[in-house]
Design a protein around this ligand. Structure first.
Ligand SMILES: N[C@@H](CCC(=O)N[C@@H](CS)C(=O)NCC(=O)O)C(=O)O
Length: 217
């Protein structure tokens, strides 16, 4: 019996939740909802998540489905706190994780990549889309510079206390940076070092493999 069912799209932000599930070691099932094919907008998936986004997490014995990446990451890491130290016990460090997530999901993903990949969300007029995309790219590049500078204190992870739920999401964003043609290894060496370190984790390798995707540096 699987403890969880994760609705995901290969390489989407749901990959971060997938990695954390792999880290728990508990049995879970994957259900592919390929966003590129519009599966997230089909009635069958809208019945699970009316917002039409991945990830969504179904939990054995719990009729309510959980959505929104930060909520899913927090839930899994708190529920498996005994065996999975990815959400710090220290209140300040825990708040720091939420601070990262608010910015990464709300600004970098929602505004930056949202404008670049989904300009119609920001302007209905097609004539404005090129300008919206260009602004999305500028937002991403500014934010990526800020992410890189977060490592100037020599930290090897997003939080100096070690591996947390923030790191798998940084891996997803790093991969998206490559997808949009940014020279990630040259421009962001410290973030690249974190990504290399994450790629050595068996849980990360399993998640990439089962989504049928790769991240080659
Ligand atoms: N705020 C949501 C955003 C989720 C989201 O936008 N997911 C993307 C994949 S990375 C998606 O489902 N996109 C579908 C679409 O844009 O139609 C979260 O943090 O979970």
């Amino acid at each position: 019996m699987n403890t969880y069912r994760l609705y995901f799209s290969p390489g989407a932000c749901s990959l971060a939740a997938h990695i954390v599930l792999e880290e728990t070691g508990v049995p879970f099932e994957l259900v592919a909802v390929p966003v590129g094919e519009g599966a997230n907008l089909q009635p069958a998936y809208l019945a699970i998540n009316p917002k039409g986004r991945v990830p969504a997490l179904a939990i054995a014995g719990e009729p309510r489905v959980l959505t929104e990446l930060p909520a899913i990451m927090t839930f899994i890491s708190r529920r498996h706190r005994e065996t999975l130290a990815m959400l710090p016990q220290d209140p300040f460090d825990e708040a720091r994780c939420h601070e990262w997530f608010a910015w990464l999901t709300g600004w970098v993903h929602g505004v930056g990549f949202g404008a670049l990949w989904r300009p119609a969300r920001f302007a209905a007029e097609e004539t404005l889309h090129a300008a919206v995309c260009a602004q999305g790219r500028r937002t991403i590049e500014t934010a990526f510079g800020q992410i890189e500078r977060k490592f100037v204190d020599g930290s090897s992870h997003a939080l100096p206390c070690g591996y947390t739920i923030v790191d798998p999401f940084l891996l997803v964003l790093y991969r998206w940076g490559m997808r949009i043609g940014l020279q990630m290894t040259n421009r962001y060496p410290a973030w690249t070092a974190l990504t290399r370190c994450l790629l050595e984790r068996p849980a990360v390798q399993r998640a990439l493999h089962s989504e049928g995707i790769s991240l080659e540096l």
